[in-house]
Design a protein around this ligand. Structure first.
Ligand SMILES: *Cc1c(COP(=O)(O)O)cnc(C)c1O
Length: 381
């Protein structure tokens, strides 16, 4: 077996990151303040446009937690969340003692199904439990049904928390993902399109909300010479060292998105002659996806019984990582007791879907190794 592992999604540093990190060391600003934090926030504000305000935090999960607080979620409230997502979209609902209500996916974008969403809102309202927030996710970098979801949110006056953790660089009608929600978030975890080693940001529509987020993120210290607190605080600020990595990564964001999209093109080409396998892609020309992860659907009745697990194990046998899609939250032991609305679309996606190596630093040699496994598997069917 080749001893170089091909990862699903690995960090891809280019060099300038260290220059900014060195600057933090040289000036001794290695904690929760400094020019890298200001620089990263400004870079993102310029990149995202829409007069948005960006606050740098310790993770995307922290950003979702603070976002829910800013949108007024309290213990006992209900919060709607896409079921097919990473658990970090939903965990902060429980941090706050609120109740998640899970919604199924639709087949075009694999994101919130507008029909199931409206059905859920109406049913919760009929039970006297109007949801406080809708958490909408751009799964694998593919924008959710922006206009349909916004229409429902506005009709029932429920704010959207836009989980854009996987979608920096994706856009809809030219507007960047992360700017569609009442509050948005990005993640810079090591496996995302760009990284700060670990980190994330909150995106707000006004400076007051950003300032409030950073106040909460730095232990909610009131104005006073001593430490005075009238609200619960959190230790969620990004460090100026991590922000330095982020500044370097912002310089290569566009080329890295192009490289992820090239991986997607590679899979479209690789599977074009394979019946029963489709590469997931956007069908709406207003949507531009960063294709954070390239995913396939495997239909065993069309592949002579080869299912997604067979494909996964064949790749694993050659030291190549792949992974089933996110297991829907309403099927997770920790979340299965909460309400769920939908038609089991996400169950089918989970059963048949597989994420393939998608890093921006994969080489021709890596791609040749992946091709070889796939070609061998489907020749022997
Ligand atoms: C990665 C991710 C998060 C959490 O981000 P962290 O920075 O790892 O805390 C949240 N939601 C989704 C959909 C993610 O993929």
């Amino acid at each position: 077996m080749n001893d170089k592992k091909i990862w699903l999604s690995s960090p891809h540093l280019e060099g300038n990151e260290q220059k900014y990190v060195q600057e933090a060391f040289d000036t001794n600003w290695i904690s929760s303040e400094g020019s890298n934090l200001v620089g990263l926030e400004n870079d993102l504000q310029n990149y995202l446009g829409q007069n948005c305000f960006v606050g740098a935090l310790s993770s995307g999960t922290a950003a979702i937690h603070l976002g829910l607080i800013l949108l007024g979620v309290k213990a006992g409230d209900e919060v709607i969340c896409q079921s097919m997502t990473f658990s970090a979209s939903a965990n902060p609902i429980l941090y706050l003692g609120a109740t998640p209500v899970f919604i199924d996916s639709e087949l075009d974008t694999w994101n919130l199904c507008p029909k199931a969403l409206e059905e859920a809102v109406l049913d919760r309202m009929a039970k006297g439990r109007k949801p406080k927030v809708i958490i909408a996710v751009h799964l694998y970098g593919v924008p959710y049904k922006i206009e349909e979801i916004r229409e429902i949110a506005d009709k029932y006056e429920i704010p959207i928390l836009e989980d854009s953790a996987e979608a920096i660089g994706s856009h809809y009608k030219g507007q960047q993902c992360g700017t569609f929600g009442d509050i948005g978030i990005l993640s810079f975890n090591g496996n995302k399109v760009i990284t700060t080693s670990g980190g994330g940001v909150i995106i707000t529509k006004n400076k007051e909300l950003k300032d409030k987020a950073l106040f909460l993120a730095t232990q909610s210290r009131d104005e006073a010479p001593h430490y005075q607190h009238s609200e619960i605080g959190y230790n969620y600020r990004m460090s100026n060292v991590c922000a330095g990595i982020g500044r370097g990564q912002m310089e290569v964001l566009e080329p890295h998105v192009t490289l992820r999209r090239k991986m997607h093109d590679f899979y479209v080409d690789l599977f074009k002659e394979v019946p029963g396998i489709t590469v997931f892609k956007t069908t709406n020309e207003d949507c531009f996806s960063n294709y954070w992860l390239s995913c396939i659907m495997v239909e065993p009745q069309l592949t002579n019984g080869i299912d997604r697990e067979t494909v996964r194990l064949a790749l694993e046998g050659e030291n190549i990582e792949s992974r089933p899609l996110w297991k829907p939250m309403h099927l997770q032991p920790i979340f299965e007791k909460y309400p769920y609305y939908g038609n089991k679309v996400s169950e089918t996606l989970f059963e048949k879907g597989l994420c393939l190596p998608s890093s921006s630093n994969l080489t021709d040699e890596d791609r040749a190794r992946i091709s070889e496994v796939i070609i061998r598997l489907f020749q022997h069917k």
